[in-house]
Design a protein around this ligand. Sequence first.
Ligand code: PLP
Length: 263
Amino acid sequence: DGRARVTVGRPVVLAIAGSDSSGGAGIAADIRAAQDLGATLRFALTAVTAQSDRQVTAIHPVPLDTLREQIRVALQDGTVGAIKIGMLGSAAAIETVADLLARYPALPVVLDPVVASSSGRRLLDPAAMSVLIARMLPLATLLTPNLPELEILARAVAGVEPPPALSEQAEIMLAAGTKAVLAKGGHDRGDDAVDRLFQSGDGEPNHFISKRLPVAMRGSGCMLSTAICVALAQGDSLAASCRRGKSQMTTWFERMERMPIEA
Ligand code: PLP
């Protein structure tokens, strides 16, 4: 009848995220990750940004009714198996996304808390932090901060300097509503890069360890959260999905290492 059909068995992920015109991060990274994993990526663009690897020069939010419509259409046929949330940008975008996602409580939501670019520009309006905490954390199946982001979020939730221990910072986030926290160790030091998964009501955290590789790749946080969503959409448990995402990231980093970008 001419209508497109979704292939049975092919995982479908919805990414709610911003664009990065340099191609490094944001939705382009999500598409690369999904493509490499054989998944379909639908996406709802939250903002258009102009960037180089060194600076963000413009941020243009997508109108809220267009954001809402992208999500509504993506979810209407029931094939999306997991949702990844990246750059939201504003309090209004957060409210819009939260209002819609509250209607899909069965879908796992991976929240990559995009606060700033590596080049240092804020990608989340500072006034929107409290809205992110109040509206998005209770909807999140998994929060995927790097260590600086975890500290910023824990400070924003607690209202005071957070305890230095990672586990205590993760506890603060669990108490604020996310069901799990994957604290990514990429910004740490040491021969190994260790990601730690803290789940509410769970005793010991899971550890996912890889050798630290001497490569920096923009958009790696975007790719990891999308890879975790692909595994979740295939029905893997949260811990198994984090393990698969981490090991996939190592493969992507190794590929980077073999293909240095020419100056
Ligand atoms: N731009 C957009 C639209 C993003 O979503 C992100 C991260 O998620 C970034 C920039 C930051 O990426 P990086 O840390 O690689 O600069």
